[in-house]
Ligand binder design. Structure first.
Ligand SMILES: Cc1cc2nc3c(=O)[nH]c(=O)nc-3n(C[C@H](O)[C@H](O)[C@H](O)COP(=O)(O)O)c2cc1C
Length: 151
């Protein structure tokens, strides 16, 4: 069975809402086993074991959260050249922007040679029902994509 890892950080509730929606969407795909983990609890072994990774974070100071950066810092060498071509996608909650978080996650994922599978979901100011639905679809798309060999 294929494995999808959703890894995220939050200090509030908005990123959790998108993470839960992505989990709901992904769990609708029975052929894929989906796990939801907090960034601080995630290890290199978790990233290596996953067939696809969905990263979620608030935007902090024009960047990803420190917790998600910490995950990349802790795991980069253990994952380098061992995750080449693995699909990933991103969701971000922001006050009014979000582009800095997306840009810098993509930059690190490019360094890891991960493959961007879907466009990011970025929720600004508030999480609208449309954005929550987009996160659900993102989870479902990644889960189905690895289950049926689309990515
Ligand atoms: C320390 C800090 C820095 C932030 N920096 C930004 C920022 O650079 N750009 C932005 O659009 N929002 C920024 N925000 C707003 C958060 O991204 C936004 O409130 C987000 O919804 C928080 O998600 P959460 O509820 O999952 O914690 C910042 C918030 C905090 C606490």
């Amino acid at each position: 069975m294929k494995k999808l890892l959703i890894v995220y950080h939050t200090q509030g509730s908005r990123t959790t809402e998108l993470a839960q929606a992505a989990l709901d969407g992904a769990r609708g795909v029975e052929e894929t086993e989906t796990t939801l983990k907090r960034a601080f609890d995630t290890t290199a072994d978790d990233l290596l074991a996953a067939d696809a990774i969905l990263f979620g974070t608030p935007e902090n100071f024009g960047y990803m959260s420190g917790a998600l950066k910490d995950l990349f810092d802790r795991t980069f060498y253990a994952c380098e050249n061992k995750v080449n071509g693995k699909p990933y996608a991103v969701f971000v909650c922001a006050g009014n922007d979000g582009s800095g978080a997306v840009f810098n996650i993509d930059r690190i994922c490019t360094g890891l040679k991960l493959k961007k599978a879907c466009e990011p979901v970025v929720a600004r100011k508030v999480n609208t029902p449309e954005q929550v639905e987009a996160a659900r679809e993102l989870g479902a798309t990644l889960a189905a994509g690895i289950a049926f060999g689309i990515f």
